[in-house]
Design a protein. Structure first.
Lengths: 217, 278, 204
């Protein structure tokens, strides 16, 4: 599986994170999204005419949508992440995979605007981003009230992987995550998963490691 | 009358990324335009053309009267080095906080975990710091630190040696052990464009000995490092760099930062600084 | 006169968690140690001014994310990783405020208060929400009783504590009657969303 990747892209990170959690082997091809704008180059457009990242190639298969790529990686390497325990869980996973597009269009755009000076209607993006975070918070509260710790049920699924990165990176786009206690605890749960990897702006949980005693040689 | 803030050189654009549409930006709170004109790049502000030049991949401009030539990086012209335009990152912080963070190594194990540092290898040993009067620059030398992955080209953990140099108030250059070429130094810079006192655009740039790593991987490596710093820089209080002692408590590991603050104050460079403890 | 301010529900601050809260316009890092102790500190590391609410908790100490300086319950710096053998000077200390738990709610006071915060009885924690608007409990149909605003949301009896925030914002900490079932609580949570939309709509 070849992933056309950008280190700072939350949508690319989702794929890397799922691969790390499932043990899937990815071959990374770094795309010079910034500053080079390689995603608009003729060579890249020949791979994905939409000019977006991430892109996955596996044999003759080319996938250009992050939800589809997540589904593919999970189906191949970690079917449990598809969330097929029940019709409800499966539908929730599908719903959050679609919802993640709203996160990319709001928080994602606010972030590339504030960080990399990409064009955006920043006021509208932030407003939509706050609305998205409020919806995730409310959903997590309801899941907790019925005994579940994750977005689609009582265990992590693609729903969590799809929505986790932008939920943590909102401050990069000037959107505070302080008002969301349920999101705070949920993102901690995701970061505590065995095999978790980080990206810039998403720190690992240093509290999982004991305080060093003594001085190394 | 000279103004130590206006008479400095500042980066305002990446030459390789300056399209025909030019770039509208800001410098010290003033609108600035960088544009092509008859095959040359000119920088204008308020109807005036500013002194400008192209060097180290970037366009440099001076809002006032240049007090001295742009600092020299001799390694930039050394054959065999690859010059890496990392591209801008905007940060809501004082330009001086951005420079100071770049001079700091003690944060590596916590902010750049498993790349530039890792617990329990957190100790910062003694190193030398001096304000070199003859060139009016801050230098730190003999800085050693254990690093799990010091560079894209590093295969495993090594103790890296660093030298830091501040040749201008918003510029920092670091020289670090070059894994494929013992005896040479990799050069990694942070060129900071002050938009306002609490907002800056940072232009990392590198001159490396590394013939193997694809250029995009080099860019991503450095962007990864800097973006890990960004969430720190946007959450320091006060937002402006305190130049007077009392507001913040340094230790021996912070000698470079102490010298940098002292040097800024002595030069009267206060843009993005806080002078009296609040 | 100093008084207790409700800042969070205890359930939202399990051990090893740190979060930012604001009391009387002062930014604080609210955190809970491994053994469950709650503390509210100035949200600023004395070293380089980094917000401690971005930090991490190990055992009974809070560490700054920037350089890993760790602080004991007293606020005193106990370890500087850059100098593992150094005993940190006493001057390196984070200002500590008062924090306590009562009835599933965490309360903070910047200065010493002689009274205890109200312990709400017969309720269970529901959720905290932040409003980008002022909140007038009376116009929302709530009445004050026993240290909280009482009323019904989504058909469930609730007690609401109001925490004023800067910029005309506020947080509501909502508890529901003990006998409410999970289904009732979901309805009450949706009632809070409606309440927020109304409050923000009026002020817009």
């Amino acid at each position: 599986m070849i992933l056309y990747d950008y280190a700072l892209s939350p949508d690319c990170y989702k794929i890397r994170l799922l691969a790390a959690l499932t043990g899937a082997k990815l071959t990374l091809r770094a795309v010079d999204f910034h500053p080079g704008g390689e995603h608009r180059s003729p060579a890249f457009l020949a791979i994905n005419p939409g000019g977006t990242i991430p892109v996955m190639q596996d044999g003759t298969l080319t996938l250009t949508d992050s939800a589809a790529i997540l589904t593919f990686v999970a189906a191949k390497s970690g079917p449990a992440w598809l969330g097929d325990d029940s019709p409800e869980m499966r539908a929730r996973v599908a719903q959050w995979l679609a919802f993640a597009q709203r996160l990319s269009a709001s928080i994602g755009k606010a972030r590339t605007h504030d960080m990399l000076q990409k064009p955006a209607d920043i006021v509208a993006c932030r407003k939509a981003g706050v609305q998205c975070l409020r919806e995730i918070e409310a959903a997590l509260v309801e899941r907790h009230l019925t005994g579940d710790a994750f977005l689609a049920g009582n265990r992590p699924t693609l729903a969590d992987i799809a929505c986790f990165p932008h939920s943590m990176l909102a401050p990069d786009g000037g959107i505070s995550v302080d008002p969301y206690p349920a999101i705070r605890l949920w993102t901690r749960s995701v970061r505590a998963l065995p095999g978790f990897i980080e990206m810039p702006g998403i720190h690992r949980l240093h509290d999982l490691k004991p305080e060093p005693v003594g001085v190394p040689e | 009358m000279t103004d130590p803030i206006r008479d400095e050189w500042y980066p305002v654009a990446l030459v390789s990324q300056l399209g025909p549409e030019g770039r509208d930006t800001r410098l010290l709170g003033e609108p600035v335009r960088v544009a092509w004109q008859d095959g040359a790049i000119i920088v204008t502000s308020g109807g005036h053309t500013l002194p400008s030049q192209q060097r180290y991949g970037h366009v440099w401009a001076c809002p006032g009267t240049p007090a001295r030539p742009l600092f020299d990086i001799p390694e930039a012209d050394q054959p065999g080095r690859r010059l890496v335009d990392v591209g801008l990152v905007r940060v809501k912080c004082s330009p001086l906080r951005a420079v100071e963070n770049f001079l700091d190594i003690a944060h590596f194990p916590f902010v750049h975990t498993d790349i530039l540092g890792a617990e329990p290898h957190t100790e910062v040993g003694k190193y030398d710091v001096a304000i070199r009067e003859e060139v009016d620059e801050v230098w730190a030398t003999k800085v050693h630190f254990y690093q799990p992955q010091a560079a894209k080209s590093a295969a495993g953990g090594i103790t890296t040696e660093y030298m830091y140099r501040v040749p201008a108030p918003t510029v920092s250059i670091l020289y670090k052990t070059c894994p494929p070429r013992p005896g040479e130094w990799d050069v990694i810079t942070l060129f900071v464009q002050p938009l306002d006192e609490e907002l800056c655009e940072v232009w990392p740039w590198m001159a490396l000995f590394d013939d193997d790593t694809p250029m995009t991987d080099l860019i991503h490596f450095q962007q990864t490092i800097f973006l890990q710093d960004r969430s720190i820089l946007e959450n320091q209080l006060p937002h402006r760099l305190p130049l007077d002692p009392g507001m913040e408590i340094p230790t021996r590991a912070d000698l470079t930062s102490i010298a940098y603050r002292r040097w800024l104050k002595r030069r009267g460079y206060t843009y993005g600084a806080q002078l009296v403890a609040a | 006169m100093p008084d207790w301010t409700p800042v969070a529900l205890l359930r939202d601050l399990p051990p090893l968690v740190v979060m930012p809260v604001t009391v009387d316009g002062v930014d604080l890092a609210l955190w809970r140690s491994a053994s469950g102790r709650i503390a509210a500190w100035a949200d600023r590391c004395p070293h380089r001014g980094m917000r401690l609410s971005h930090g991490f908790v190990r055992g009974e100490a809070l560490s700054c994310i920037y350089h890993g300086w760790s602080y004991a319950q007293s606020g005193q710096c106990q370890r500087i990783p850059a100098h593992p053998d150094l005993e940190p000077p006493e001057a390196i200390r984070v200002p500590v405020h008062h924090a306590t738990e009562a009835g599933g709610v965490i309360w903070v006071a910047l200065d010493t208060v002689t009274t205890a915060p109200p312990a709400l009885a017969g309720v269970q924690p529901l959720r905290s929400v932040t409003l980008d608007a002022r909140f007038d409990p009376a116009s929302a149909g709530l009445t004050e009783s026993g240290g909280a605003w009482r009323g019904t949301l989504g058909g469930v009896a609730v007690a609401v504590l109001v925490q004023p925030l800067p910029d005309n914002r506020c947080a509501l900490h909502v508890l529901a009657e003990s006998k409410a079932s999970p289904t009732d609580l979901v309805a009450a949570s949706r009632g809070i969303e409606t309440l927020r939309r109304q409050a923000e709509g009026v002020s817009a």
